[in-house]
Design a protein around this ligand. Structure first.
Ligand SMILES: [Zn+2]
Length: 230
């Protein structure tokens, strides 16, 4: 059960710390929806930019990020965004532990979660995540489900924001009256809203799911019931 006896929770997870997060945070804050932002501290610089489908995608500089993301959770996305399962164990640990350490220094609070770069992992990666003291880590395989339970080190989301079933599942979720805890977990990259020119998707989604007495709006860690010692 979530805080105040609620049986439904909504949480959101966005990766890579790009400029479009500024607009996403503005939208989420307006609807009082909490999110977790997964950052690569080793390459968190405006010098890191690339082109995709006619859009420039640019990581943000670190200065000002604590203010931007205030009220939301910050989580590990590794130092440099490699495919972790291709690396040796010591390098995997370096990618995770150093990102955690940097983010804790930059944001001044405990970092206890992670999103896997590219969503990929194997048993060595999962062991490294645990050994670095993280409590949950997320992949990118849509479950189209609101079920909780299972190993939080290999948690999979309900869906991505471009999924054609987004509003259908959101409608089902807001109307449901479950007697066991249910979690709606949405993920994506904010730059995809620019590439696909579909910011209306997240605006419409937030309008539908926000402001409901029976839904707990939390960061990933809060939705998983993980509390941190600051
Ligand atoms: Zn990423």
């Amino acid at each position: 059960m979530f805080p105040n006896g609620k049986m439904k929770a909504l949480t959101i997870s966005y990766d890579d710390g790009v400029e479009q997060d500024r607009k996403l945070v503005e939208i989420l804050n307006r609807y009082h929806i909490k999110a977790t932002f997964n950052l690569n501290s080793g390459i968190q610089s405006g010098a890191n930019k690339w082109e995709r489908e006619g859009c420039t995608i640019c990581r943000m500089n670190i200065d000002g990020l604590p203010e931007l993301y205030a009220g939301h959770e910050i989580a590990v996305h590794t130092l440099t965004h490699p495919r972790l399962e291709t690396l040796d164990e010591a390098t995997i640990i370096n990618e995770i532990a150093e990102d955690k350490r940097n983010l804790e220094r930059i944001f001044g609070k405990s970092v206890i979660g992670m999103a896997y770069p590219f969503g990929t992992f194997n048993n060595t990666v999962k062991r490294a995540v645990r050994n670095c003291g993280l409590r949950y880590a997320r992949g990118v395989v849509s479950t189209h489900s609101f079920l909780l339970g299972g190993d939080l080190i290999e948690f999979q989301p309900t869906l991505h924001h471009n999924d054609t079933r987004l509003m259908e599942l959101a409608e089902i979720f807001v109307k449901s009256k479950p007697d066991t805890p249910q979690l709606f977990y949405l993920w994506g990259h904010s730059y995809e809203f620019d590439i696909n020119n579909n910011w209306n998707i997240i605006e419409d989604f937030c309008r539908l799911v926000s402001g409901r007495d029976d839904i707990f709006y939390g960061t990933n860690a809060e939705a998983f019931g993980i509390t941190t010692i600051e």
